[in-house]
Design a protein around this ligand. Structure first.
Ligand code: SF4
Length: 718
């Protein structure tokens, strides 16, 4: 039996066909009709069925609700009704004793739009707080803030077809070849068809993407804004800006022109550590070998100045008029499969459903009217790191964590450990039983996962695809939206009994019903899908916006030169260049960055289960330049201790010319199970992110996971 669905890994959002006998998933293949991948799958997508094998399910899945009666004790099973009542009792108790702001709900870009929607309605509609955030905070929040600051809305303007139309592809802070493999295949197709297409890659590391580029700009970590300002300086100098577009469709260019005046090629080459001629070449291709498409991802986003980096790159497109045309746009690549859906439903501390603004009284009132609830407060809730810091400080008493593993993925893991220990009650809603976070939960709620649940996701090009169940959920697992709904109904009985008597906020019986309510929140907004219905989605994936009366979604945005700002003009930003939050110094002289491996996904709770994927890189290693190893007398495989101001890790070192001297890189995937060492205050090491800095972008609050200053010493193991 074939069931069409969507890959649950990255934001490319490839269509898959799940093969099953109705009870067991037996195979997977690419969906030849899905417009993201046209039948192709990467190594992760092509092995999805193996992660659903019965032996893997028995070994790795959380199959029934469990309660830990004491911290550090083994959890014991309990029935669903008891588990849901316990969750509702504890949440209601905290709300009544400490207020709704003492409950922190931390969700995930792995969730489906419908899951996200119900969680958000529970927090905002029922609890009346904004204390919900998503692990998308670690992934895309700088892109969101960058789009809103410049173009006026969180809407990627491009589509995948633009890869084939571009003559220059500027890839900044993205190892597309490994992080978004099917996009890379499409890029390779485009280059084969158009050998004149130029690829420029700006990345401190010589990644697999940089290695095949026409021009690699190995800029020093954190110098992206300086590079982008330098490119604009050159575009102005060489007459490659579009004065008519700037005059007709933008504001703020004079301040930006003043800002970039000092960013001469010589100055930029020195700041960024690049050959001057390469900066000049990049500017000429960007401005003259048009149309130009920029692809960018975590290298810009995971930064203490992530919003500035996004805005400075978008500036280049606005200054050259390279937007709204085939092959011309700034195009953020979404990390997770449904980070976009989470943004659409506004399930982040500073967002509201339907791209509404928390700062707008009218928007808050409109949402309140749609749901029949009081407006939420205007002040944003706590963002991801802030939520856990507040738990560590005792202000957040209860954490409800769904489909994510903050005890591995957040920076400053010593703080995260304190948060999970100090919170009075920790609920973890998960498909997989043995994550670092699940090990610290008081209550474990088993969630259905890929192949077992219904709903929708939105990929990087704003395309909404159906996710379908091919088999029933494993064990007693339930879809995330159902779990949130059932806790919500019980909370209504405890906190707002009038609702429980027939006017429940959670009167959903299917994912489709949830999606209809989501759709209603988009009408009249920039992401309007009022013209889309479930049957259309069932027939084929669709891009937003697709308002009532439209025959199809819009492939690319802003073709008419109008932007969703009050005056209809895009806004140039003029950020100052600022260094990383923790520059290298005498005590911590090495710049450490992190990245993805080709065959792993996030914390490996799914991909790490397969030997076939683990074979690509069975263990983490610290990559350092061969000169660094020679200078210190180290050999490949020697164990080294990597120390930052936040923690330490013991890793084998490997020589690699992909980084410069005084730089190092390590894959991001490994947690406490795999890496020895301890945190700065003497606790057991909690994975690669024990080293990471909690410094974050002031606008987006996205942490600087791409850079931390470290020192590397020989490891003296006991
Ligand atoms: Fe899945 Fe991304 Fe690979 Fe496509 S490119 S198959 S969405 S992991």
């Amino acid at each position: 039996m074939d069931t069409r669905s969507t890959c649950p890994y990255c934001g490319v959002g490839c269509g898959v066909v799940i093969e099953s006998d109705g009870a067991r998933i037996t195979g997977v293949r690419g969906d030849p009709e899905h417009p993201a991948n046209f039948g192709r799958l990467c190594s992760k997508g092509a092995t999805l069925h193996l992660t659903a094998a019965p032996e893997i399910t028995r070994q790795a899945r959380l199959l029934q609700p469990m309660q830990r009666l004491q911290r550090d004790a083994d959890p014991v099973p309990l029935a669903w009704d008891g588990a849901l009542n316990l969750a509702a009792d504890r949440i209601a108790g905290v709300v009544q004793a400490h207020g709704a702001d003492a409950v922190g709900v931390y969700v995930s870009g792995q969730l489906l739009t419908e899951d996200y929607f119900v969680f958000n309605k529970l927090v905002r509609g029922l609890l009346g707080s904004n204390q919900i955030d998503s692990n998308s905070r670690l992934c895309m929040s700088s892109a969101v803030a960058g789009y809103k600051a410049t173009l006026g809305a969180d809407a990627p303007p491009a589509c995948y077809d633009d890869l084939a139309h571009a003559n220059t592809v500027f890839i900044a802070g993205s190892n597309t070849a490994w992080a978004h493999p099917i996009m890379m295949r499409r890029l390779e197709d485009a280059k084969r068809a158009n050998p004149a297409q130029k690829w420029i890659v700006a990345d401190p590391r010589r990644t697999e993407t940089a290695a095949v580029a026409d021009l690699h700009l190995p800029l020093l970590p954190g110098t992206d804004v300086a590079l982008f300002h330098g490119l604009l300086h050159l575009l102005l100098w060489e007459g490659l800006t579009d004065a008519a577009f700037i005059a007709a469709h933008t504001t703020g260019f004079d301040a930006l022109r003043d800002r970039v005046r000092e960013f001469t090629p010589k100055h930029v080459a020195a700041l960024c550590g690049l050959p001057e001629a390469d900066v000049v070449q990049a500017a000429r291709w960007f401005g003259a070998n048009t149309p130009t498409l920029s692809l960018y991802c975590q290298g810009l986003n995971q930064s203490s100045h992530g919003t500035d980096k996004n805005a400075a790159l978008i500036n280049l497109h606005l200054a050259t008029g390279q937007i709204g045309k085939p092959g011309a746009a700034p195009f953020s690549l979404t990390g997770q499969p449904n980070a976009m859906g989470g943004r659409e439903v506004g399930a982040m501390a500073n967002l509201l459903p339907g791209h509404r603004s928390l700062a707008s009284d009218a928007d808050r009132a409109e949402l309140a009217a749609l749901w029949g609830v009081p407006p939420v407060p205007a002040a944003p809730g706590r963002t991801a790191v802030e939520m856990f810091e507040a738990a560590a400080d005792g202000a957040v008493k209860l954490l409800w964590i769904a489909c994510t593993n903050p005890a591995q993925s957040l920076p400053d893991q010593a703080m995260v450990r304190r948060a999970l220990a100090r919170a009075e009650f920790v609920i973890v809603q998960e498909a997989f039983a043995d994550t670092a976070t699940a090990r610290r939960a008081d209550l474990l709620l088993p969630a259905a996962t890929w192949g077992e649940k219904e709903g929708t996701v939105t990929n990087s090009e704003r395309r909404i695809s159906r996710v379908r169940a091919a088999v029933p959920p494993a064990g007693e697992a339930r879809p995330d939206w159902q779990i949130a709904r059932d806790v919500g109904r019980r909370l209504e009985a405890r906190l707002d009994p009038r609702r429980a008597d027939g006017a429940s906020l959670f009167a959903f019986e299917s994912a489709e019903q949830v999606w209809h309510e989501h759709r209603a929140t988009t009408v009249g907004r920039d992401l309007d899908i009022g013209g889309l219905n479930w049957a259309m989605l069932d027939a084929a994936p669709r891009q937003w916006p697709l308002p009532a009366g439209a025959a199809d979604g819009l492939a690319r945005l802003y073709g008419d030169g109008r932007f969703p700002t009050p005056d209809g003009r895009a806004r140039f930003a003029a950020p100052a260049w600022q260094d990383v939050a923790q520059p290298r110094d005498a005590r911590f002289p090495v710049a450490l960055t992190t990245g993805r491996l080709r065959d792993q996904w996030h914390g490996m709770s799914r991909t790490g289960l397969l030997g076939r994927l683990n074979d690509h890189a069975p263990a983490p290693a610290l990559a350092m330049h061969p000169q660094e190893l020679d200078r210190r007398g180290w050999r490949a495989g020697d164990l080294v201790r990597v120390r930052s101001r936040h923690g330490e890790a013991v890793l084998p070192v490997q020589p690699s010319a992909t980084v410069r001297p005084a730089q190092a890189s390590v894959p991001m995937h490994w947690g406490e199970e795999f890496v020895g060492g301890q945190t700065a205050d003497g606790r057991p090491l909690t994975g690669v992110n024990a080293l990471a800095s909690p410094a974050r972008c002031p606008q987006s609050k996205q942490p600087e996971l791409k850079h931390v200053a470290v020192r590397v010493e020989p490891a003296k193991l006991p």
